[in-house]
Write a protein that binds this ligand. Structure first.
Ligand code: FES
Length: 105
């Protein structure tokens, strides 16, 4: 299992323990942890309601074109903006720190 951290307020991080042997995405784990993520498209990189901002942690693979196209539809994106449904949790994602980014902000 790995640990990921959700910054709920400045300086306030919640630790979430997540398995890496089930092929889960970050979006699925955040939803299962009680976060209010609509994920309207079910994880297909087609809705951007699972937008998160990666604040720290291990280097992630680059977003693919589908993810980049969808991120560009958001009114505001951040340097660390990602679609959480496109981040597969693996041992390499241990220690990831994210903040939920409201779709419209
Ligand atoms: Fe729709 Fe991630 S759940 S883009």
């Amino acid at each position: 299992d790995i640990r990921i951290y959700v910054e709920e307020a400045p300086g306030q991080r919640r630790e979430i323990i997540a398995p890496t042997d089930m092929g889960l995405s970050l979006m699925e784990v955040l939803k299962a942890s009680g976060y209010d993520i609509m994920a309207t498209c079910g994880g297909m990189a087609l809705c951007a309601t699972c937008h998160v901002e990666v604040l720290a942690g291990p280097a992630l693979f680059e977003p693919n074109d589908d993810e980049l196209d969808m991120l560009e539809t958001l009114p505001v994106i951040h340097p660390g903006s990602r679609l959480s449904c496109q981040i597969r949790l693996t041992p390499q994602t241990d220690g990831l720190v994210v903040r939920l980014a409201p779709t419209g902000a």
